[in-house]
Design a protein around this ligand. Structure first.
Ligand code: GRF
Length: 208
């Protein structure tokens, strides 16, 4: 059965768009049925509406605590029978309860090669540090920041005299290639987590 996917995004939503485009032109065994945001004016919500996907905004400021906010979101996800939560530039930390409830069912994309350059400025931090290679990481979400088991990584070279804006553009291009791939693997039940390691099994074996 096709997995029901919710994408969480707070901003521009270029990764959301890459996922929508991929899901419409490739075999995915999944369908994006919900886009959720903590930001009313997130462009990601517009992208969802354009693609006729249910778009939901909930204002965190209207809830007394993060726990209350999270439990409202969980209610929504249960109602929508969501199998997979894909964080795509979602800039609001998920609470422990949420992560526990959807254990091994939440993916995130980070614009650096984890465990280096965790946090919200991954691209700039790698650039300022002077590394010659940075990249992109797709990982499962656990209860700590940018720390869950790694599914896929891809490198991105930083050439001398390259601007941080150029690097950002390159990083996004890589993101748009590898995130749909990781989602596809999840939807085909091909990701086996053993401790910190994620094994990607081949398609035939998963169907046996
Ligand atoms: C991406 O760089 C992603 O790695 C990070 O947030 C950014 C979101 O970009 N987590 P977009 O909204 O998908 O364009």
């Amino acid at each position: 059965m096709k997995k029901r996917i919710a994408v969480f995004a707070s901003g521009f939503g270029s990764n959301l768009q890459a996922l929508i485009d991929y899901s419409r032109s490739n075999e995915l065994n999944g369908e994006i049925v919900l886009v959720f945001s903590n930001k009313k004016d997130a462009y990601a919500l517009k992208r969802a509406k354009k693609s006729k996907i249910k778009a939901v905004f909930m204002d965190p400021l209207k809830y007394e605590s993060r726990e209350q906010y999270d439990s409202k979101i969980i209610e929504l996800l249960v109602k929508e029978r969501i199998d997979l939560v894909v964080l795509a530039g979602y800039m609001y930390l998920l609470g422990k309860e949420f992560v526990r409830k959807f254990k091994n069912k939440i993916l995130n994309i980070h614009p650096a090669l984890l465990p280096s350059f965790k946090g919200v400025h991954g691209i700039q931090d790698a650039y300022s540090y002077g590394v010659k290679i940075t990249g992109v990481t797709v990982h499962f979400v656990d209860e700590s920041l940018d720390s869950g088991p790694i599914i896929l990584q891809a490198p991105c070279y930083i050439y001398s005299n390259e601007s941080v804006a150029k690097l950002e553009e390159k990083i996004h291009q890589v993101e748009h290639k590898i995130y749909p791939k990781a989602v596809k693997y999840f939807c085909e039940d091909r990701l086996i987590i053993k401790g910190r390691k994620v094994k990607i099994i081949d398609k035939k074996r998963s169907r046996v």
